[in-house]
Design a protein around this ligand. Structure first.
Ligand SMILES: Nc1nc2c(ncn2[C@@H]2O[C@H](COP(=O)(O)O[C@H]3[C@@H](O)[C@H](n4cnc5c(=O)[nH]c(N)nc54)O[C@@H]3COP(=O)(O)O)[C@@H](O)[C@H]2O)c(=O)[nH]1
Length: 645
């Protein structure tokens, strides 16, 4: 009997039963009992096989149901993950055992423009396009080396298209069968919040307008310099710089122009610095410079001089040419203060004195200077009461026609008879009055006093020529100027021709459009106008055409150089020719010598004013020309003799 190959298991079962019964396939059982035993054995085997099969089927059934449930759970979890990721603003990532990103999937709602491909293959350490703060990088590297989880590691990825992404990741190590495979975790693009943080930090430490360190950061730098100096690593100095008359520029040209000027100033000062110096803006128009490793006054003076020169360079703001200056106060460590507060206070005192010295200069702090600074403050306080206490006076200086030596006009000049300090000249207090705003009531007092005096002379039957008064920047800017002038003239029964207003070229040039408009209105009202200190304010013929003045006064700094100074002579001649071409009369200020007068006469100057012809004097019962008559007549006689007039 041969069993078919497909029935091999059955055959095995049959063979096993035959063997148990002591039979073979060649020798089947002869007796019916043997057959019955064989069949019984076979049946039992089949039953057992059937049981096994059923057990197996059940096991398979259970296994496949478990598998299906596991599959279902896996699918649910996978789709939950996918849906969470798609809703998420974060991303998932994986790194290999070298720390290189192998997988980055970004949530649909992640606020990023990051292309995940830019990260793939890159490790956070040792990659040129990835940077992080050294402490953060050290901590991340340390935890990765120890196979520890890490949280919120922030790094910056340079994007190939330019710009940066600030990325923050948290991760934990992944193992399989005890083998380290790398890291896996979540991440997010924190560019916006990092940039906002940086901006806040920038604003907290730097001045938004100029980009310079602010007061807070400067204080930290000053503390560091003090620590270094305490350790014996060299002295340093603090220089406080304040722009002169910045308020006027702001008031008259507007804040945008003021801001522009501050930016220029910052740029110019920055260009002077060494790496070890610190320049900061303390606020307004106040800058401070920490000059490190510099105990030498010669070197400090050179820095201060260069700063003055840099600031004094003309600049163009809004199409206007401006020239500004600054005043500088210097305090040195440790001589002038051993802590930050003392150094800043003393530099401030020195700066205040530089202003009082006429501005555009620098001063070192000394104990005497501190005393003078205090005096300056008290002077400012006294000035408020000066007009009310009857301490102000006017003196009058005559002007003469060169053609015939007759008096053409006079100028009222202010003096302050201070109860303790004696007679003070305008240079001592006009700047203060301008800065504090006191110049407006003081200017009204001058107008009243001059008109009262002209009326007084006229009451005595003396016909006086026009009397000039000086207008400062704030007075010229006052909306009430024309009403004030015309009202005061009317109050004293005077016509507009009785007065002349002297307005400096630089006041007009601060806002040439407004300057031109105001001069037109004043001229229409019949008031005479002189442009004072001409030549110092950078105006050109083009500007001059817009200023309809009657008279141009050549600044005395040019007259001082006559007759030897070739440049001053050329400028004086040019100004005379230019003014005449515009039908203006020319007055030379500050004429002190017959030689100057002769040269002016020779070049066709119309009038002269100066100590040679008459000093400013208090008003007497007679006007100034009568008082100085004999002396002036002699000067002009001499002039005529020399020039065969
Ligand atoms: N806003 C106002 N400003 C005023 C007023 N009064 C004066 N001032 C301004 O002060 C400046 C200085 O005035 P002062 O010290 O009086 O000097 C005047 C003359 O004394 C001086 N001068 C005249 N001749 C000579 C001279 O031959 N040599 C010489 N060294 N100085 C001389 O010049 C000043 C007059 O100049 P100016 O006004 O430019 O004609 C003065 O410049 C005014 O700006 C006031 O009331 N309000």
């Amino acid at each position: 009997m041969h069993a078919p190959s497909s029935a091999a298991p059955l055959h095995e079962t049959l063979l096993r039963q035959l063997r148990r019964a002591g039979l073979t396939t060649e020798q089947p059982p002869a007796e019916p009992e043997a057959w019955a035993a064989l069949l019984h054995g076979l049946s039992r085997s089949y039953c057992e096989a059937e049981q096994d099969r059923r057990l197996l089927e059940r096991a398979q059934d259970i296994a496949s149901r478990e598998l299906a449930s596991l599959n279902h759970a896996l699918e649910t979890s996978r789709s939950r993950l996918a849906s969470l990721l798609s809703l998420s603003s974060d991303w998932l990532w994986e790194q290999d055992e070298q720390g290189r990103f192998t997988h980055v999937s970004i949530g649909r709602h992640a606020a990023t423009t990051l292309d995940p491909a830019h990260l793939i293959g890159k490790a956070c350490v040792g990659e040129a396009s990835i940077a992080a703060r050294p402490e953060a990088l050290a901590e991340y590297s340390g935890r990765c080396a120890d196979r520890l989880a890490f949280r919120c590691f922030t790094f910056t990825l340079a994007a190939p298209e330019g710009g940066h992404h600030h990325l923050r990741i948290s991760g934990e190590p992944v193992y399989s069968n005890g083998r380290f495979l790398g890291y896996r975790g979540v991440g997010s693009d924190v560019t916006r919040s990092v940039e906002a943080e940086q901006q806040v930090e920038q604003l907290a430490r730097f001045d938004a307008l100029t980009g310079l360190p602010n007061r807070h950061l400067f204080a930290l730098e000053l503390d560091r310099a003090l620590v270094r100096a305490h350790r014996g690593q060299g002295g340093f100095a603090v220089m406080l710089l304040d722009l002169d008359r910045f308020k006027n520029i702001n008031d008259h040209l507007g804040h945008a122009a003021g801001d522009e000027l501050l930016k220029h100033t910052a740029g110019r000062l920055r260009a002077l610095l060494r790496d070890s110096d610190v320049l900061a803006r303390l606020g307004g128009d106040e800058f401070v410079l920490l000059v490190d490793h510099c105990a030498d006054a010669v070197a400090l003076s050179s820095v201060a001089t260069r700063a003055l020169e840099a600031i004094a360079q003309p600049l163009s703001v809004d199409g206007l040419k401006l020239q500004v200056s600054c005043s500088i106060g210097i305090a040195q460590y440790p001589a002038d203060g051993e802590d930050a507060a003392a150094l800043l206070k003393n530099a401030d005192a020195a700066m205040y004195l530089a202003k009082a010295q006429g501005k555009n200069t620098f001063e070192y702090y000394t104990a005497q200077l501190a005393q003078r600074a205090a005096e300056h403050f008290s002077l400012e306080g006294d000035l408020v009461r000066a007009a009310g206490q009857g301490e102000l006076r006017l003196v009058y200086q005559p002007k003469f026609r060169l053609a015939d030596g007759s008096m053409s006009g006079m100028e009222a000049l202010l003096r302050w008879q201070h109860p303790q300090r004696g007679l003070l000249m305008p240079d001592m207090f006009i700047g203060l009055a301008e800065e504090s705003g006191q110049i407006v009531p003081i200017g009204r007092w001058v107008l009243q006093a001059a008109c009262r005096q002209i009326r007084e002379w006229r009451r005595h039957g003396i016909e006086v020529p026009p009397c000039a008064i000086n207008l400062s920047m704030r007075q010229f800017a006052a909306a009430t100027l024309i009403d004030d002038v015309l009202g005061t003239l009317a109050e004293h029964g005077l016509g507009a021709e009785a007065l002349e207003l002297e307005i400096t070229e630089s006041v007009l040039m601060h806002d040439p459009d407004r300057g031109g408009r105001m001069l037109h209105r004043l001229r229409e009202a019949g008031v005479r106008i002189a442009i004072d200190d001409f030549g110092t304010g950078y105006s050109s013929l083009a500007y001059l055409k817009r200023f309809p003045a009657h008279t141009l006064k050549i600044d005395r700094s040019f007259i001082r150089g006559l007759p030897q100074g070739r440049e001053d002579t050329a400028i004086t001649r040019g100004v005379i020719a230019m003014a005449h071409s515009l039908d203006m009369r020319v007055v030379a200020e500050g004429v002190e010598s017959p030689e100057q007068l002769a040269l002016l006469y020779h070049h066709g100057c119309d009038e002269a004013q100066g100590f040679l012809l008459g000093r400013p004097a208090p008003p007497g019962p007679l006007p100034p020309n009568v008082a100085v008559g004999a002396h002036v007549a002699a000067v002009f006689d001499e002039l005529r003799r020399e020039h065969d007039v």
